[in-house]
Design a protein around this ligand. Structure first.
Ligand code: KG4
Ligand code: ZN
Length: 337
């Protein structure tokens, strides 16, 4: 059995986990800063770094304790190398480097987005491993910072087909939630408000970008802003539920439509939906209902930022014989070395 301890501090969650053989979650600890950042209406980078400094050691200790292991008993240490907030990434990377040095363990730098995809391989310790996603995998990564379509031909082999040209899907949810005064984080708030709304009341545009696998959500956000301004100018109360439902339906239409089209174009054998926005019920339901190939959507706790997914990706790198030097840098972009 190969056990990987992973550390993730790319944004506003301090996380550590132990995963066995790249799939079985032995322990998974996440210290969320969301309540602290809610006061600022978004992630405040300097506050985030400081919270990671406070939390990283106790969180890693808890992950090892819950796994009944010491650092000397794991096979390797994986850490999110980027992309993410530089000050936040640095806390996790430096901690992981120090621990790897002290415990004399191999260190593996993992791309955060690669981690989100590998969440689809995870399963709980008490359940039998389900069938893993079949290659080629079409992965839709939708988070607060990213919206990407990635074709994964085999383990560790990625082809980035398209990405957002402006706002990430989660960012659009967060910005529209702010417009509708629904608070932060916006995704869950929009989803809750949309339940009482009629998605047809406001037929917002479905930004498609023909002949491209890219996405664009800023025009849709502007369309919501325009509708809000018109209603406010007329002195009418905001129909928040209808606006939220109309916006959510437009985003989900585009995400599901493009993913299914790409899956067909590249003969994908399965679909993985990952990242914080994959927590969205409508997105999950529609993808599962409309796809003709198996769709893998990880449980919610592995969709939002966590370290188990980093351990799962780290395992593949470890078994492929990859090792990183202790002087590696942050990874600012998608490129997976
Ligand atoms: O993956 P994640 O936890 O962090 C990043 O790496 O960005 O994603 C966070 C994003 C936020 O923008 C949040 O609003 C969105 O995921 N999100 C949702 C839902 N839950 C979280 N968006 C739509 N519907 C949801 N239920
Ligand atoms: Zn993420």
């Amino acid at each position: 059995m190969t056990r990987i301890l992973a550390i993730e501090t790319s944004c506003d969650e301090t996380a550590a986990a132990v995963v066995a053989d790249g799939r079985r979650v032995v322990s998974n600890v996440v210290a969320s800063q969301v309540e602290i950042h809610a006061r600022y209406g978004g992630v405040f980078p300097e506050v985030a770094s400081r919270q990671h400094v406070l939390a990283v050691v106790p969180v890693a200790e808890q992950a090892l304790r819950e796994a009944h292991l010491s650092a000397s008993e794991v096979d390797a240490i994986a850490v999110t190398r980027g992309p993410g907030l530089p000050g936040s990434l640095a806390v996790g990377i430096n901690f992981a480097k120090g621990l790897a040095l002290a415990a004399d363990k191999p260190l593996l730098g993992v791309n955060h987005l690669e981690g989100h995809i590998y969440a689809a391989w995870l399963h709980e310790a008490e359940t039998d491993p389900p069938e893993p996603p079949a290659f080629p995998v079409m992965a839709l990564l939708v988070s607060g910072g990213h919206t990407e379509l990635v074709l994964m031909e085999d383990h560790l082999r990625y082809r980035r087909l398209g990405a957002t040209r402006d706002d990430a899907a989660g960012e659009a949810f967060d910005k529209v939630a702010r417009l509708l005064k629904l608070g932060y984080p916006g995704g869950p708030a929009i989803q809750a408000a949309a339940q009482q709304g009629d998605p047809a009341r406001f037929p917002f545009p479905r930004p498609w970008l023909k002949d491209s696998w890219d996405f664009s959500f800023s025009g849709l956000k502007t369309a919501v802003l325009r509708a809000v301004r018109e209603i406010e100018a007329a002195g009418r109360p905001l129909p928040v539920a209808h606006l939220a439902a109309g916006f959510q339906a437009a985003v989900v239409d585009v995400l599901v439509g493009k993913t299914l089209q790409a899956a067909a174009a590249f003969d994908a054998a399965s679909i993985v939906v990952a990242g914080g926005v994959s927590a969205n019920d409508l997105l999950r339901q529609r993808m599962l209902a409309e796809a003709k190939i198996p769709v893998h959507v990880p449980p919610l706790r592995y969709c939002t930022d966590n370290a188990a997914m980093i351990a799962a990706a780290g395992y593949r790198r470890f078994t492929a014989g990859q090792r990183d030097d202790l002087d590696f840098d942050l990874l600012p972009r998608w490129a997976i070395a």
